[in-house]
Write a protein that binds this ligand. Structure first.
Ligand code: GUN
Length: 284
């Protein structure tokens, strides 16, 4: 079997065109959705993500402000800035790019952002709402993954889903969203013993470990759906995911590529959340 490749970039573009139309209608009602991104330091990967966010915002018509602060910014400076952004009625979404420098406690920053403007879906209140299946801002990468699965009418209910990786940004929340879709979810991680025994039973495998070619074809159940969240830079400068794509493709039913897979969907869901926030503030 050769898998169908799910191109996130194609779905992302389709969704962004629809969002663009939605923003035109909002603007006609005097609503200009606005996202403020805070970037601290000079990490090249973070800069590149932020650039992608700016470009996509522009296309959709979401106003996007970038506040760049130096690597040695203090926690207090950042928390004071967040207070200001929380109070600014023209801003609907606040995103502080992670990771943060060591002198700033990430969890304090996440909890300082108003849950109403937390378009990343990282605030404990929003995580709790997700957990209980309430309407909220869903974390962008997990939300993008579920949207990709739904776009191909891939059944999740009653399926065995294995999530490899347990980060707060991807692994934990994507497992929760799969559970909300009635999948039977198993989390595997660096301490899991004999991981292959879980993977071989999985109808859906989500890989978010940050290790190139981590998932091998031999481990995968024939016909499984494989979602690759990894972005790894190889020595020759090229990007590759966490899945041995060429070989796994021959065994899976659906597979996502890297690049052009999950990445473009993450940014699209961020814009979705920002527009949702703007609509909520104005009770549209
Ligand atoms: N760094 C890597 N991914 C993300 C994300 O989704 N949101 C934020 N704020 N930082 C990130």
């Amino acid at each position: 079997m050769t898998a169908e490749v799910i191109y996130g970039n194609v779905l992302a573009e389709k969704l962004r065109i629809d969002m663009k139309d939605e923003v035109i209608l909002l603007r006609e009602q005097g609503i200009q959705p606005k996202l403020t991104v805070v970037l601290i330091g000079d990490d090249p990967a973070s800069k590149s993500y932020v650039k992608g966010k700016q470009k996509a915002s522009e296309f959709v018509g979401v106003e996007s402000d970038l506040i760049e602060l130096p690597e040695n910014t203090t926690e207090k400076t950042l928390l004071d800035l967040i207070d200001q952004l929380n109070a600014d009625q023209t801003i609907h979404g606040i995103l502080v790019q992670l990771p943060l420098p060591d002198q700033i406690r990430e969890q304090l920053v996440i909890e300082a952002i108003s849950p109403e403007k937390d378009v990343d879906g990282f605030h404990p209140i929003n995580i709790g709402r997700m957990l209980t299946g309430k309407d909220t801002f869903l974390p962008c990468t997990p939300f993008g993954i579920i949207t990709m699965l739904k776009s191909k009418n891939i059944e999740m209910s009653g399926k065995n889903a294995v999530v490899i990786g347990r980060s707060n940004i991807v692994g934990k929340p994507v497992g929760q969203l799969l559970l909300n879709e009635n999948a039977t979810v198993t989390y595997c991680h660096s301490r899991t013993k004999n991981m292959d025994q879980f993977i071989k039973e999985a109808d859906i495998v989500i890989v978010a470990v940050g290790i190139a070619h981590f998932l091998r074809a031999e481990a995968v159940k024939p016909g499984a759906v494989v979602i690759d969240v990894g972005i790894n830079r190889l020595e020759d400068g090229s990007l590759t995911g966490d899945v041995d794509f060429e070989n796994v493709k021959e065994k899976a039913s659906f597979i996502t590529p890297v690049p052009k897979g999950v990445g473009p969907m993450t940014i699209t869901m961020l814009l979705h959340n920002t527009i949702k926030s703007a609509k909520k503030i104005y009770h549209v």
